[in-house]
Design a protein around this ligand. Structure first.
Ligand SMILES: NC(=O)c1ccc[n+]([C@@H]2O[C@H](COP(=O)([O-])OP(=O)(O)OC[C@H]3O[C@@H](n4cnc5c(N)ncnc54)[C@H](O)[C@@H]3O)[C@@H](O)[C@H]2O)c1
Length: 254
C-alpha cells in the first residue's frame, strides 16, 4: 500500500480512457485517498459515475483557464481542512485547426491557448496547491516525445510539451526547498479523447508496436503504475525529471 495515508488530487478525468483515470485506478489500488477535478459539469457527472466503482471520493468542477476557478477550488479544499500529498496534472488542449495544418501556420491565438491550457495550468495549480501540500509531496504531469522530436501533426502541442518539461524543471527548483517534488511522465501514444485530435495517430500506435524495444504499445495502467511510483516515497529522491513510459520507443533512431 505505497500510497496509504496520502491524499492525491487528480485532474483531467474525461472518461474511462483518460490517462488520469488509469492513474486514479492505480492510486486507489495502492491505498490513496483521492480528490478529483473535471473540466465541465458534464465531465464531472461522468467522473462521479466512474469514481463510484473505486471509492467514495469528491469530484469538483475546474476549468484551468480561469484563475478564479482555481482560487475557488483551493479555498474550498482549505475550508475542508484538506492536506495534499500529491497532484496529478493530466490536462492539455489545442485548437483543432492548429493540429490539422502545418505548424508553420499556427495562429497567434491558438499558440497562446495551447500554452495557457497545457503549460500555464501546471504553474497555476502548483502555486495554488503548495500551501495545502505536506512535506514530501509530489506533483506529476504528462508529456510526450513530440516535445523534443518532430512528430508530424503534433505541432503546437509539441512546442507546448517542450515548455511543460522546462516548467517542470523550474517548478522543481522552486518547490524543492519546500519539500515538494515535480516530475513529468512522457507517455507513449494511447487512444484517448485528446489523442483523437492528432492526425495519423494510428500510425504512431503502429510504430510503437513495431519499433519499440518492448514491441507493444503502453496502456493507461502502465502510466498509472509509474504515477504511483512517482507519487510515493519510493521516488523521494527524484525531482525535475521526465520519465519515459513508452516501451523504450524514445531510445530508437529508426
Ligand atoms: N493519449 C496520449 O497518447 C498521450 C501521450 C502523452 C501525453 N498525453 C497527455 O496526457 C494528458 C491527458 O490526456 P489524455 O490523453 O488522457 O486525454 P483526455 O482527453 O482523456 O484528457 C485530457 C483532459 O484535459 C482536460 N482539459 C482540457 N482543457 C481543460 C481546461 N481548460 N480545464 C480543465 N481541464 C481541461 C479535459 O477535460 C480532459 O479531461 C494530456 O496532457 C496529454 O497531452 C497523452
Amino acid at each position: 500500500m505505497l500510497l496509504e495515508g496520502k491524499t492525491i488530487l487528480i485532474t483531467g478525468v474525461r472518461n474511462k480512457w483518460s490517462i488520469a483515470w488509469g492513474i486514479a485506478e492505480a492510486a486507489a489500488k495502492f491505498g490513496a485517498n483521492l480528490i478529483f477535478t473535471s473540466q465541465t459539469a458534464r465531465e464531472c457527472e461522468e467522473t462521479r459515475r466512474l469514481v463510484s466503482s473505486i471509492g467514495d471520493y469528491e469530484v469538483y468542477e475546474l476549468d484551468v483557464s480561469s484563475d478564479e476557478a482555481i482560487e475557488k477550488l483551493f479555498e474550498t479544499l482549505k475550508q475542508r481542512s484538506v492536506r495534499l500529498d500529491g497532484v496529478v496534472h493530466a490536462i492539455a488542449g489545442a485548437k483543432a485547426g492548429d493540429l490539422h495544418a502545418d505548424f508553420l501556420y499556427t495562429s497567434r491565438e491558438g499558440f497562446a491557448s495551447a500554452m495557457d491550457i497545457s503549460v500555464y495550468s501546471l504553474v497555476a495549480l502548483c502555486r495554488a496547491a503548495l500551501p495545502l501540500m505536506n512535506e514530501g509531496g509530489s506533483i506529476i504531469t504528462l508529456s510526450y516525445l513530440g516535445s523534443e522530436r518532430v512528430v508530424p501533426g503534433y505541432n503546437v502541442m509539441g512546442v507546448a510539451k517542450a515548455a511543460l518539461e522546462a516548467s517542470v524543471r523550474y517548478l522543481a527548483h522552486d518547490m524543492g526547498p519546500k519539500g515538494v517534488r515535480v516530475n513529468a511522465i512522457s507517455a507513449g501514444p494511447i487512444k484517448t479523447a485528446a489523442a483523437r485530435g492528432i492526425q495519423n495517430f494510428s500510425s504512431l500506435l503502429n510504430m510503437i508496436s513495431e519499433k519499440a524495444p518492448l514491441r507493444r504499445g503502453v496502456t493507461a495502467a502502465d502510466i498509472g503504475n509509474t504515477g504511483v511510483f512517482l507519487l510515493s516515497d519510493l521516488a523521494g529522491g527524484i525531482t525535475g525529471e521526465v520519465l519515459y513510459v513508452d516501451s523504450g520507443f524514445n531510445i530508437m533512431a529508426i
